[in-house]
Ligand binder design. Structure first.
Ligand code: 7TS
Length: 408
């Protein structure tokens, strides 16, 4: 029995009369009791608007928020908690970087390089700013098994490249991208690297100093934390150079009728009342992940993914996209289709058996277009999933074509 399941109340609920099999972890993860209780405790005992109040409760709220920031800084190996900006989610973090650093650094003819497998959140902000500046957005394409090759990195990251924006793990194919090579090449040509860790940090240790990433972004809700809290890490010198993004309360030093000076880091980038409860929940999520341990998480997930890939290959009429060998830079996100069946039908049939998977373009339409498919089904695992759940999934998959009237 998986020892972690009891910590997640939702995993013992039913859906459509069946035990819930939750395989949409790339969209959002479920929350352990410790996270739910930490948020409850904050609202029951510490809630006040931070920074502004000169009374005890406000100071407590400020302390809770800043302790959460320090926990994030330690977790990713940042030099200082000033390098941690809280945002709403990875999308908010990416928009912030594109609209501040991007606007500041790009000029006509410059190049931003992203992977073709990026989530729309790491494409649209760059489309906007490159259009505005007359710069070019170009892509690292994938080989037949879904990987970015060294040759592709060598060719596409050039002297014109000013920003490389790439996900460490693809949310569609589960491919682990060669970010060490990408960062090395980008720095050789003087470009900064924005690493989208939304799909990696729930599963792998991310150390910003070892990676030497200039910016990283992620969302709390994909790593056991609550929705509505995200992180932007940036090197302190870069964050200091950047203009603010949103302006208003909490981010100023002094305001006159026509002018304003801005607060130092990190507050310069955190206009308005922050999500203290969310930050407190994220801190509890980090504590939980550290208690389980990344080695353990990887071992469980690799076993589950290997098991699922092996079983899926035995079911006739299933196409799996991308890498199908767990030993080759991939993790527990599996995109697939059942021959002749629309992914939405597959997802609905599985839902009737209590299985939650995703079907659609996964906010990665350029990748869908590149792979020449309209949509896929996607099963994504976390360390609280089990082989028994995969057996239920496989049995349900076997029924899909028969339900729709195919002979086999
Ligand atoms: N980057 C990647 C790689 C993602 O997978 C996602 C969300 C985001 C950025 C945006 O995160 P958000 O928290 O700001 O929404 N990915 C997915 C997904 O695969 N299914 O639902 C959301």
């Amino acid at each position: 029995m998986n020892p972690y399941r009891n910590d997640f109340p939702i995993l013992s609920t039913k859906t459509n009369g069946n035990d819930l099999v939750y395989f949409d972890n790339a969209a959002t993860t479920q929350k352990p009791v410790s996270v739910i209780e930490a948020i409850n405790k904050y609202y029951q005992e510490q809630n006040a608007n931070p920074y502004r109040g000169l009374y005890g409760l406000s100071v407590e709220s400020t302390n809770a928020y800043e302790e959460a920031r320090q926990t994030v800084a330690d977790f990713i190996g940042a030099k200082s908690s000033k390098e941690i900006i809280f945002t709403g989610n990875a999308t908010g973090s990416l928009n912030l970087i594109a609209n501040t650093y991007g606007r500041m650094a790009l000029k006509e003819g410059d190049q931003v390089v992203a992977a073709i497998s990026e989530h729309h959140s790491n494409i649209l902000p760059w489309q906007q700013v490159t259009k505005e500046k007359g710069a070019v957005l170009s892509y690292l394409y994938l080989n037949a098994s879904g990987h970015i090759t060294e040759e592709e990195i060598e060719q596409k990251i050039t002297g014109n490249t000013k920003i490389v924006a790439v996900a460490q793990v693809s949310n569609v194919l589960g491919t682990i991208n060669p970010v060490e090579s990408i960062i090395k090449k980008a720095h050789e040509v003087g470009a900064v690297v924005v690493l989208d860790c939304a799909q990696s940090i729930p599963h792998y240790q991310v150390n910003v100093q070892e990676l030497d990433a200039d910016f990283i972004v992620f969302s709390g809700h994909k790593m056991l934390g609550p929705m509505g809290i995200g992180v932007l890490y940036g090197k302190e010198n870069l964050l200091n150079e950047m203009p603010p993004f949103l302006t208003g309360g909490e981010m100023i030093e002094y305001v006159s009728e026509q002018e304003a000076t801005f607060a130092p880091l990190p507050n310069k980038f955190e206009a308005g009342t922050p999500n203290v409860g969310g930050a407190v929940g994220l801190k509890a999520a980090i504590n939980y992940i550290q208690k389980v341990g990344y080695d353990n998480i990887k071992k469980i997930e690799d076993e589950l993914t290997d098991y699922a890939l092996t079983k899926m290959k035995e079911v006739p009429h299933i196409t799996i996209y991308g890498e199908t060998d767990i030993t080759k830079e991939r993790c527990g996100v599996i995109s697939f289709n059942v021959d002749d069946v629309h992914p939405h039908d597959t997802a609905s049939i599985l839902d009737a058996d209590g299985i939650a998977i995703r079907a659609g373009h996964h906010c990665a339409q350029p990748l869908m277009h590149y792979m020449k498919v309209a949509a896929t089904c996607r099963a994504s695992f976390y360390f609280y999933n089990t082989k028994e759940e995969i057996d239920i999934f496989i049995n349900s998959l076997k029924k899909v074509r028969r339900w729709l009237g195919y002979g086999d």
